[in-house]
Design a protein around this ligand. Structure first.
Ligand code: SF4
Ligand code: SF4
Length: 233
């Protein structure tokens, strides 16, 4: 019902599932019926995803956002017809871009797995309310998106430092930390959405959680070595 509900995941999954183009229609900026002004959020999401498309080699013209009111019937139909014509000229997704279906799926899948991290890292920009279209192109540059994706951090728990206090596991929003009392905690890298909570809550006296950028995550320690032996009183 509202473009404020648009999520990067909706757009990414549409292309992943074979859409050749995605068209989003929402209320005009500053004419939101509520206080949320969700259409600005949709605008920022769309601008960001267009840059992501550029980064992964897809033509960003395949994604379009239009603002209109419910009385703009003629504008709506004309705009949709133009979009359909544009997509027909571009052909199936990947055609003009020179990418196979497998390559597209592989690239989009990587983006889909990074979406929670991207939304956290970009939360300030996604809240922007910039009215001037001339400023929109500057919100997300290709360089910015490249840095964002290529410097995705990983979080890792140093087994030598973990004291099994369980704080990080309690605060992980996606249950990505396996632990328990007297058990050295480990992060399931497949589940981790890179929110950074574990780093924030791990007590300074342990400082067991590390943020790794640009280097591989060490493999988890074997199960039999995870029992935390505490000095006896
Ligand atoms: S970074 Fe966030 S999601 Fe990942 S393990 Fe830490 S708390 Fe969980
Ligand atoms: S908060 Fe730190 S010390 Fe406590 S279980 Fe997690 S990693 Fe280990």
């Amino acid at each position: 019902m509202c473009t404020g509900r648009i999520d990067l995941g909706f757009i990414a999954r549409s292309f992943y599932n074979g859409a050749d183009g995605v068209y989003i229609a929402g209320c005009r900026l500053n004419e939101c019926s509520y206080i949320t002004h969700g259409n600005y959020y949709a605008l920022n999401m769309t601008l960001l995803f267009k840059r992501i498309m550029e980064y992964i080699g897809l033509n960003p013209k395949r994604l379009q956002l239009e603002f209109m009111t419910s009385s703009d019937a003629q504008y709506f139909s004309g705009s949709v017809n133009d979009f359909v014509e544009k997509i027909r000229k571009l052909g199936p997704l990947g055609d003009k871009e020179g990418l196979s279906d497998e390559e597209i799926k592989e690239r989009l899948y990587k983006i889909i797995t990074l979406i929670p991290y991207i939304k956290i890292a970009e939360r300030e920009r996604l809240r922007l309310r910039i009215n001037n279209p001339e400023e929109w192109e500057k919100i997300y540059t290709l360089e910015h998106v490249k840095n964002l994706i290529e410097n995705t951090p990983s979080y890792w728990i140093d087994p030598e430092k973990c004291s099994a206090c369980t704080l990080c596991a309690q605060r992980c929003p996606v249950d990505a930390i396996d632990g328990g009392k007297n058990k050295i905690h480990i992060i399931d890298q497949e589940k981790c959405i890179k929110c950074g909570n574990c780093l924030l809550v791990c007590p300074t006296k342990f400082s067991a959680v590390q943020k790794l950028t640009g280097k591989p995550v060490p493999p988890p320690i074997p199960e039999e070595k995870r029992i935390k032996v505490r000095p006896s009183s």
